[in-house]
Design a binder for this molecule. Structure first.
Ligand code: GDP
Length: 192
């Protein structure tokens, strides 16, 4: 599978025609700082297509990227990061509502949702809550346990088992945006 190009199309904060376009959507969701932007940038082999959610003044929108591959095209949909401690409570609540709107109420019908968590930390209560919401709506969920490079080799399988048990989910990929471990496995899952 080859990525031919990746470009930013637009950011939305509410209903928009792009949600109903005929191009399949793969949405990315995760706690702020978990490495969600790095995962997307790694997948498309670009350094800064997606800006980190901790970038000052980063627009808190739902961003659409058009990804052209040899197997067809896709939208990567980057949802705002949740739980960012540096934001006011009010702002955090607004972002939470925007994420929930996309997955629960909007016209979007994402083909898959990638929930990015921290491999070392494991699922936090926020992650468990988000997973529950996605599950309730019968989405196909791929959990990406990112920053696996921070775990010792010997601990990885044990931690993978633990994450699977805590989330009651079998589809978990150990991944590192830093070393690119798990990148191929994730790409294959995306286009399955
Ligand atoms: P976002 O807020 O979820 O979009 O997170 P970023 O992609 O901005 O990453 C947050 C921080 O984690 C940055 O300092 C990244 O360099 C770092 N990071 C992201 N992915 C990895 C990874 O796989 N391994 C390690 N060690 N650090 C990572």
């Amino acid at each position: 599978m080859k990525i031919k190009s990746a470009e930013f199309i637009k950011g939305i904060i509410g209903t928009d025609g792009i949600l109903k376009e005929d191009i399949p959507q793969v949405a990315f969701v995760g706690r702020s700082n978990v490495g969600k932007s790095s995962v997307i940038n790694s997948l498309v082999n670009r350094k800064d297509l997606v800006k980190s959610s901790s970038t000052p003044g980063k627009t808190q929108q739902i961003n659409f990227f058009l990804i052209q591959t040899d197997l067809g095209e896709l939208f990567f949909v980057d949802l705002p990061g949740y739980g960012f401690a540096k934001l006011s409570r009010e702002r955090r609540e607004k972002l939470r509502k925007l994420i929930l709107w996309y997955v629960e109420d909007s016209e979007a019908k994402p083909q898959k949702i990638i929930l990015v968590i921290d491999a070392k930390v494991g699922p936090t209560p926020f992650d468990v809550e988000m997973f529950g919401v996605l599950k309730k709506h019968n989405y196909e969920i791929i959990v990406v346990a990112n920053k696996v490079d921070k775990l010792k080799r010997n601990d990885r399988q044990k931690q993978l088992k633990k994450i699977k048990e805590e989330l009651w989910c079998d589809n978990v990929i150990l991944h590192s945006a830093k070393t690119k471990e798990g990148r191929e496995e994730l790409l294959l899952e995306l286009f399955k």
